[in-house]
Design a protein around this ligand. Structure first.
Ligand code: M6R
Length: 607
């Protein structure tokens, strides 16, 4: 949440910052701002509520400079208006911040008592004021920066500059991502290497507690006490493919369409295609694990919920799935032989990262299933199991989710083999099912035009319920989440069998109910749930397969027929395509901002 980009020694820093903000906009888009030290020795600042494009219109390209900082905001303290937009200024200090300063009220009261005034409602302005206050009181800049940071509680990444000192950017990382980099005589700071890709030649992924002074010719990293800290400088990724929409109208649509390809790529990392077996090169031995804890947030946690069925069915491995924000504060009780798997697209989600640290501290083996190979989770976990979805730009997760499911399915087969629950034939048959996924997903995408016309009817709904059983129950949750996120329609997912225990009271004439019901072992049970809601006037849309479609003829209002799948591992992944397309087209018909829906951010790095 919130994106920071900064540079010093840059030929045209305004262009660098603007481009960097555009690349970081996925982190938040409530407001944006840029400040640079002009050649006239003054700091120039532009800020605008809303997206970066609004800021761009305000910029004055004639004002040149080589040092500057910029920010795209996801509001925590204070509404998203210009006054609360970053960079914040106090005296000589200009500063941007990602995170939350928990003790800002105390600090603000102290600074007010010392005669300072404030022009925003943010916690950030307090940090700028404190830094400036310490400089004005005569402390050398370096000492003032360390003293400022020593007063802050909370989680943050910061970048600051001081008027009249154009050769340095001050940074700090505590609980929010920050990278420092250099290239072509310039120094950079950014929330994500993507912001400075193409400019940076070498990069340092800062660690927790690192304080950094970035200069055009060097990156100096120190601890809270000012002692030098050695960090590995690695070659910056040469080019991080900047996602383009291509012929698609939205990134989300493009990412839905990329799924056959990226699922195939992810499969290749887990499966030995030659002999049709799982490759198990990741170093996880599920035979040594007595219970697997799976932790994530949002869509990632739903991937974990689907996997719970798979690990239990295929490997007899007990699983407990938790939402990270609950898990980390619950004082979880551990058992001997527990291992913990963390699922995250970004690898930076604050609650999931803290849950990982908690498990690590408790001595559990930690496994990170992440899409972002340089993320904090990837660096801190004992084992990394990757998804190869590539950059996901749409805020609503699509291809990262199906890649998570794909990797989890392969891991569940690996666990089944390692725990002696799957023999060679069973393993090969499961692997063959998985290998069919890209083709099946392509066929599922062919339902697009039918889904589009259904979506035009559902765009007027005020409530949509999603039902499913077993692995398809979490898919009902995911379908409802996708719809809520991008269309703002109230949607809920339920286990079909739970309907009678309360949710059925919501059903009345015309309420839309999406039932995910492939023709599997529980089809007849789900069919009963369909009859129960139909009897009460619901408009039922069944997402099923060819056999299911035949059986349900006349029993539901609309049938979406997906390709027939073999077995429980592929059905959720194929149905994901349908629920994604449905949410996507409903949002398109409603005219909402599909890729950057209101109030959300792609990477939630504050708790
Ligand atoms: O980066 P992560 O996978 O850790 O993010 C977790 C959730 O914030 C994320 O899945 C969120 O629910 C998405 N907006 C869902 O579409």
């Amino acid at each position: 949440m919130c994106g920071i980009v900064a540079g010093t020694g840059v030929k045209n820093v305004q262009t660098l910052l603007l481009e960097g903000l555009k690349r970081l906009e996925y982190r938040g888009y409530d407001s944006a701002g840029i400040a640079l030290q002009g050649q006239d020795g003054r700091v120039h600042r532009w800020r605008a509520p809303g997206k970066v494009v609004g800021l761009e219109a305000l910029l004055d390209p004639k004002i040149a400079g080589s040092t500057g900082i910029a920010h795209t905001r996801w509001a925590t303290h204070g509404v998203p208006n210009e006054a609360n937009a970053h960079p914040h200024q106090a005296g000589r200090v200009t500063l941007v911040h990602n995170g939350i300063i928990e003790n800002f009220k105390t600090l603000r009261a102290e600074l007010v008592a010392a005669g300072r005034t404030f022009s925003s409602h943010t916690d950030t302005e307090v940090v700028a004021a404190l830094f400036d206050h310490l400089i004005q009181s005569g402390r050398p800049l370096r000492e003032a920066w360390l003293a400022t940071l020593s007063r802050l509680d909370g989680a943050f990444a910061l970048a600051a500059m001081v008027e009249g000192e154009p050769g340095v950017v001050f940074g700090a990382r505590r609980g929010a991502p920050l990278v420092a980099a250099s290239g072509a005589g310039a120094g950079f700071l950014a929330s994500d290497i993507m912001a400075i890709s193409g400019k940076a030649e070498s990069v340092v992924y800062l660690d927790e507690g690192d304080i950094v002074f970035v200069r055009p010719d060097n990156i100096e990293i120190v601890s809270a006490t000012g002692k030098p800290v050695e960090r590995q400088l690695v070659a910056a990724p040469r080019s991080i493919t900047m996602a383009e929409k291509g012929n698609h109208r939205h990134f989300m649509q493009k990412e839905i369409y990329e799924q056959p390809e990226v699922v195939g790529r992810t499969l290749a990392a887990y499966i030995d295609t030659e002999d049709g077996k799982v490759s198990a090169r990741n170093g996880v031995d599920f035979a040594q694990i007595n219970r697997l804890l799976i932790v994530g947030c949002g869509t990632a946690s739903y991937a974990g919920q689907v996997a719970e069925y798979w690990f239990e069915k295929l490997a007899g491995l007990p699983v407990k799935v938790d939402i990270a924000s609950e898990f980390r504060y619950r004082d979880p009780a551990f058992l001997t032989g527990d291992a913990a798997l963390f699922i995250s697209q970004s690898g930076e989600t604050a609650d999931t990262l803290e849950a990982l640290r908690l498990c690590k501290k408790a001595g559990l083996q930690t496994i990170a299933l992440v899409n972002s190979p340089h993320s904090s989770m990837a660096r801190e976990a004992d084992v990394v199991v990757p998804t190869l979805a590539g950059p996901e730009i749409g805020v609503a997760s699509t291809k990262a989710f199906t890649c998570q499911l794909t990797a989890l399915a392969a891991l569940a087969v690996q666990a089944g083999v390692q725990r002696g629950q799957l023999d060679d034939a069973a393993e090969e048959s499961r692997v063959a099912d998985l290998m069919a996924l890209p083709g099946l997903m392509n066929s599922a995408l062919a339902t697009e035009s039918k889904i589009d016309s259904l979506a035009s009817e559902l765009a007027h709904a005020s409530i949509v319920l999603y039902l499913g059983r077993n692995e398809l129950f979490p898919m009902a949750l995911e379908g409802a989440l996708k719809l809520k996120e991008i269309s703002y329609i109230h949607a809920e997912g339920y286990a079909a069998g739970e309907l009678k225990h309360g949710p059925i009271a919501l059903i009345e004439d015309g309420v839309d109910v999406v039932v995910i019901a492939p023709h599997d072992a529980l089809f007849s049970k789900t069919r009963s749930s369909i009859q129960e809601v139909r009897a009460r006037g619901a408009n039922v849309i069944a997402i099923t397969d060819e056999v299911g479609a035949r059986e349900l003829e006349g029993e539901v209002n609309t049938v979406l027929s997906l390709p027939a799948v073999n077995g429980a591992m592929t059905a959720p992944i194929i149905s994901a395509v349908a629920v994604q397309l449905l949410a996507y087209y409903i949002a398109v018909h409603k005219g909402t901002d599909v890729d950057q829906p209101r109030n959300l951010a792609k990477s939630v790095t504050v708790e």
